[in-house]
Design a protein around this ligand. Structure first.
Ligand SMILES: [Zn+2]
Length: 281
């Protein structure tokens, strides 16, 4: 399958490194919010997440959601938005047909409303876990309802309704996945722990490089490479701390069995550094 992929950064936030990795320093570190453009020969532009948008600031103006912005300092300029960066590449928002949503935290769904014709692909369990949350309950789930288009449900495609297929052996210990577009080009698996129904995406590009986009299964690449868990304080925001450890351990095994696979955590500064060097623009 001749897929082409390009990675972008739509804003970033800052946190002490020691929160995201147990042996880290207490120094404040920048965590980019990545999103990926996957160009598919038949379906055109497909996005994996969207990063932040200006709406994050609008949606966190009032208490209690204000606490989200206070505990997570976000840095974002209008030109950082997915829609503006894609436009810069000659891709109009109206032509984006699918957006794959890893999970419903604000730094992943910030730009959904900028793509009027896109259908949204996500685990139903992920959506069900947040859809009725408001106020403190929304805050705890990192969910800002105003980031979803009003017609989200009409445009949603749930992964659970897609055919389940055996994954290639190179993705062991992941054994089965969901065939998102019906041509085995994009294969989704569940990566629970950070958020309910978090979605990880396997695919190979035209040059036979395979990728595994793991969203927030860990924040730094070193965490899956060396199997290092975050600081226990991070459990406060996880949907399930034990599942988080199981998912991370599985990704660690995958990396050991298949070091050629490019595993991309959404917020790893080092991964972003390497990906941005590969870009042709
Ligand atoms: Zn995130």
């Amino acid at each position: 399958m001749s897929l082409k992929t390009t990675f972008f950064k739509a804003g970033y936030c800052t946190h002490p490194e020691a929160v995201v990795i147990r042996d880290g320093r207490w120094k404040t570190t920048q965590f980019p919010a990545l999103f990926a453009l996957i160009s598919h020969p038949q379906f055109g532009a497909v996005l994996f997440d969207t990063g932040y948008s200006d709406r994050f600031f609008q949606e966190t103006r009032q208490f209690p959601l204000q606490l989200y912005a206070l505990t997570t300092p976000v840095y974002f300029k209008p030109e950082d938005s997915a829609v503006r960066q894609l436009q810069h590449q000659g891709i109009e928002a109206a032509t984006v047909r699918f957006i794959i949503i890893s999970h419903f935290h604000a730094d992943h769904i910030g730009g959904l409303r900028d793509f009027p014709n896109a259908q949204f692909i996500c685990f139903k369990s992920a959506y069900e876990a947040v859809k009725y949350r408001r106020g403190i309950s929304a805050l705890k789930a990192g969910f800002l309802v105003g980031l979803l288009p009003k017609d989200f449900e009409q445009r949603a495609i749930f992964v659970e309704d897609k055919p389940q297929v055996a994954l290639p052996l190179e993705y062991t210990p992941f054994e089965t996945g969901f065939d998102l577009l019906g041509d085995a080009s994009l294969l989704a698996v569940e990566l629970p722990g950070h958020a309910t129904g978090q979605l990880g995406l396997f695919f190979s590009d035209a040059s036979h490089q395979s990728y595994f986009l793991i969203a927030d299964a860990c924040w730094l690449s070193r965490a899956y490479q060396e199997f290092i868990k975050p600081h226990p304080i991070a459990n406060l925001i996880f949907s399930d701390g034990r599942q988080y450890g199981d998912t991370l351990s599985k990704i660690h095994q995958l990396h050991q069995l298949n070091p050629e696979l490019k595993i991309i955590p959404t917020h790893c500064p080092q991964a972003w550094d390497e990906l941005s060097k590969l870009r042709a623009f």
